[in-house]
Design a protein around this ligand. Structure first.
Ligand code: SF4
Length: 491
């Protein structure tokens, strides 16, 4: 049976690994060594998958511009599940991203039937105050979809590139789906692409940290990024399996293509609607990439010039690698060549008044389970902890939570507990314990039967009390400083 991903239902995803095969989401593990000081969720495998996050990791490493974007539907109480997303936005902001947070009031209006006024109240009182209290910096942009002209205009334009059949295939929309709901979907695609508008510095990698249920938005937007762009830079394969780069521009003005050809050094073939870059030129071009290769003439693959074309790709196909280092340099050249090409394409696109979007990247995190086991549900307050819960009540909820312990103490001493089925351990893993060593120790003690659930509950309840108390004080401070933030409201 296929996994169904639906942003508006509460479908539970039991087997995350299926998502790798079915939806082409890549495992995050392999990327971890490439990320400078990875977030706790990355180290602890709470973030398990990604699409195209390599470009974000690279931007962080080399200090290139990138953005983080996310949205919250103002539908109810802000809780620990939302905190997970906010933590990731703030972390990326700290790592150098320009941050964009959309309050999806168009979605709440169309899906929940909330008034604009109610959306605004919930948006500020629940989400924005907590976001700021958790550490969101004032240089980020917060906006209500209904007040953001950029997003509304772009959503309308995106709407012209997607039809009902595509929406049905991605979201399972039916004849019952109202038109506003469809518009809200286009609005979310516009949210995700907004950071790449000229006004915000043009095309750049953008990451959207989400739970896997939000993946349909990413798939739609990634497709639209290509369709909306005047040109697309693509990696293509020739009949021999050799790779080359190609710039495609369906409907792009011929003059724009010619301008591109002029600006791209090296051998370029110009076709009716696209040009293929058969070879990149040599060193001046590489210097522009910021790449230095020592004694290139001694390297077998760099004897004449750096070719990123079919001939070269054929030469270095994996079985023939003799030196890993050379392969590594080749990959680096390839990636940077592509990047510089994207920059040239973006310049020309801007000159000819078109859009240039890089398909957005995403990360996928595990969902938190309900405190009583099963799913968190907004209709069952005991299943989740709201960031506005009275700290004492929050601590009590922890004490009432389901654990992975045995029925009797004797049994637990003998058999050990099951931290992976324990919502108290999950709270510590996701939120309450920043120290990996301490967490690991608790896990080992639990499994070996030397730790009893009472001590975990006591520790987690105390930490929860402290966190909520501190967070709520910071929320009040945030309220006083709201006007220092860039917030776009509905007029
Ligand atoms: Fe959970 Fe702690 Fe009990 Fe283990 S000992 S099952 S981690 S509460």
């Amino acid at each position: 049976m296929h996994t169904k991903l639906d942003p508006w239902s509460s479908s539970e995803i039991n087997d995350y690994s299926k998502l790798f095969e079915e939806f082409g989401i890549s495992p995050f593990d392999n990327l971890l060594p490439e990320i400078p000081s990875p977030h706790m969720y990355m180290r602890r495998r709470v973030i398990f998958g990604h699409r195209d996050y390599e470009q974000i990791a690279e931007a962080m490493r080399i200090g290139a511009p990138f953005s983080v974007m996310d949205g919250f539907m103002p539908s109810g109480k802000v809780h620990l599940g939302h905190k997970m997303v906010m933590d990731q936005i703030i972390w990326h902001q700290e790592m150098g991203a320009s941050a964009f947070v959309g309050i999806a009031d168009r979605e709440a209006f169309s899906v929940r039937g909330f008034s604009w006024q109610k959306c605004r109240e919930i948006g500020v009182e629940e989400y924005i105050l907590s976001l700021i209290a958790l550490g969101f910096k004032p240089d980020g942009l917060i906006y209500f979809q209904s007040g953001c002209e950029n997003v509304k205009d772009l959503a309308f334009e995106l709407g012209a590139r997607v039809n009902f059949s595509e929406l049905s295939a991605i979201y399972g929309f039916s004849g019952e789906t109202n038109l506003s709901h469809m518009i809200s979907v286009a609005t979310q695609a516009a949210d995700i692409l907004q950071p790449q508008l000229e006004e915000f510095g043009g095309p750049k990698p953008v990451v959207v940290p989400v739970g896997p249920d939000q993946d349909p938005h990413l798939r739609l937007t990634r497709g639209l990024a290509g369709k909306m762009s005047m040109f697309r830079v693509e990696e293509r394969e020739n009949a021999n399996g050799g790779k080359y780069l190609s710039v495609r521009g369906k409907g792009a003005p011929k003059e724009a293509l010619q301008e591109l050809k002029k600006r791209i050094p090296g051998k370029v073939k110009l076709y009716e609607e696209h040009l293929d870059i058969i070879e990149t030129p040599n060193y001046p071009f590489l210097e522009r990439l910021g790449l230095q290769i020592n004694q290139p003439e001694k390297k077998k693959y760099f004897t004449t010039e750096i070719e990123v074309g079919s001939k070269f790709a054929n030469e270095i196909k994996p079985p023939e690698f003799s030196e890993y280092e050379e392969y590594f340099v080749f990959r680096k050249v390839w990636k940077l060549t592509r990047k510089i090409l994207e920059e040239i394409v973006a310049e020309v696109t801007a000159e000819f008044g078109g859009y240039a979007f890089i398909p957005p990247a995403s990360t996928y995190h595990r969902f938190m389970s309900g405190l009583q086991g099963g799913k968190m549900s907004s209709s069952i307050p005991d299943s989740y902890i709201a960031l506005t819960d009275d700290p004492k009540e929050g601590a009590k909820k922890v004490k009432r939570a389901k654990t992975g312990g045995c029925v009797t103490l004797e049994e637990q001493k003998k058999l050990g507990g099951k931290p992976d089925e324990c919502s108290v351990f999950e709270l510590m893993l996701f939120h309450l314990l920043g120290d990996d060593e301490e967490l690991l120790e608790i896990r080992q003690e639990c499994v070996s039967g030397t730790r009893m659930c009472g001590s975990c509950k006591q520790l987690a309840a105390e930490k929860m009390y402290e966190f909520l108390k501190d967070h709520q004080e910071k929320r009040e401070l945030a309220r006083e400083h709201l006007d220092e933030y860039k917030i776009i409201y509905k007029k």
